[in-house]
Design a protein around this ligand. Structure first.
Ligand code: FAD
Length: 278
């Protein structure tokens, strides 16, 4: 779609070269959402492709905030197109990669969209139906955020999205990359999604992950709630009676009631845990 109010399209190779960021400026990643509807509040698009942030690499990582030990992480650059996740030659022992592939197919988008849409765009758009956020929450990923002064901060994936189209990103900040501990990529992951029709946005998404070494479980829910929620499944009784879902604030709209969304979320959690054979 044409965006008639856009006055300028900037290509930058280094974000620190941007000195005059102002209201009405936005990062342009794959553009699959930005060009899908009118953007009356925008006037400048800053194209991220020339930044060259589409890497997939394994790097050492130390969380300087908590002085934790250096660990090895998979780094996925924010501008990595979704199609690259499908084509990449992943180590076979990284069972959680199935989750990345499921997050791509859960978009129910054509190859044309999947070739353009980026991991960072999906996470930063922060729709309730975002398909990557619940996976990153379940895998205990960390997001690296940069600002235009060259400062970096890191935040746990579960803290990033705070509501529908709301994140903790400040003006002038950008998601640089997603970091997933390599150990967590060995976890077994199951991704469940339900919608009214297969091509409709999801009504509920559930992503469960299980560490095979200690059978520790993590389960994130999304789409039925405004932002992904990591559930506490430490107690067996919790898993049996699902009482914790009573405290969750489910979306209630014309597509489905909160009660319906709670019920289908529960069904997906059961299905997902069964697939993990817990
Ligand atoms: C057929 C179809 C189905 C879709 N289904 C879904 C779906 O099920 N779930 C869903 O969530 N989306 C869906 N989308 C919307 C969208 O295409 C995807 O979310 C896509 O992943 C967005 O990525 P993008 O790179 O194209 O983002 P863009 O359109 O370029 O940007 C999206 C937003 O994120 C901001 N942004 C992008 N990258 C960064 C960054 N690194 N740092 C800070 N801000 C950034 C942009 O400024 C913009 O506000 C669908 C789109 C289509 C066409």
């Amino acid at each position: 779609m044409d965006l008639p109010n856009i006055e300028n399209h900037l290509s930058v190779h280094n974000i620190q070269s941007i000195t005059n960021w102002d209201e009405g400026w936005a990062w342009l990643a794959g553009g699959t959402w930005l060009f899908s509807e009118l953007q009356p509040s925008l006037k400048v698009l800053v194209d991220m492709q020339p930044l060259g942030w589409s890497e997939i690499e394994v790097v050492p990582f130390s969380d300087s905030n908590s002085f934790k030990q250096v660990k090895t992480v998979l780094s996925i650059g924010a501008t990595c197109p979704l199609s690259k996740l499908l084509q990449y030659s992943w180590p076979p022992e990284w069972r959680a990669v199935e989750g990345l592939k499921s997050a791509v197919s859960a978009l129910s988008a054509s190859m044309k969209v999947i070739n353009m849409a980026t991991v960072g765009g999906n996470i930063c758009l922060a729709l309730s139906v975002g398909t990557f956020a619940p996976l990153m929450v379940a895998l205990d990923a960390t997001y690296e955020i940069w600002n235009l002064k060259g400062e970096t901060r890191r935040v746990a994936a579960k803290e990033f999205q705070v509501g529908y189209r709301q994140t903790i990103l400040q003006p002038q900040e950008v998601l640089r990359r997603v970091l997933i501990p390599v150990e967590n990529l060995k976890w077994q992951v199951n991704y469940q999604r339900i919608g009214i029709a297969a091509s409709d946005p999801a009504l509920a998404i559930v992503v469960s992950a299980c560490n095979p070494d200690n059978l520790q479980l993590r389960c994130a829910i999304a789409a039925s709630v405004t932002a992904p929620i990591l559930l506490d499944l430490h107690d067996d009784r919790q898993i049996q009676n699902f009482a914790f879902l009573q405290e969750v604030n489910f979306i209630d709209d014309a597509k489905a009631s909160a009660i319906y969304r709670r019920e289908v979320t529960q069904v997906l959690i059961k299905r997902s845990l069964k697939q993990l054979k817990i």
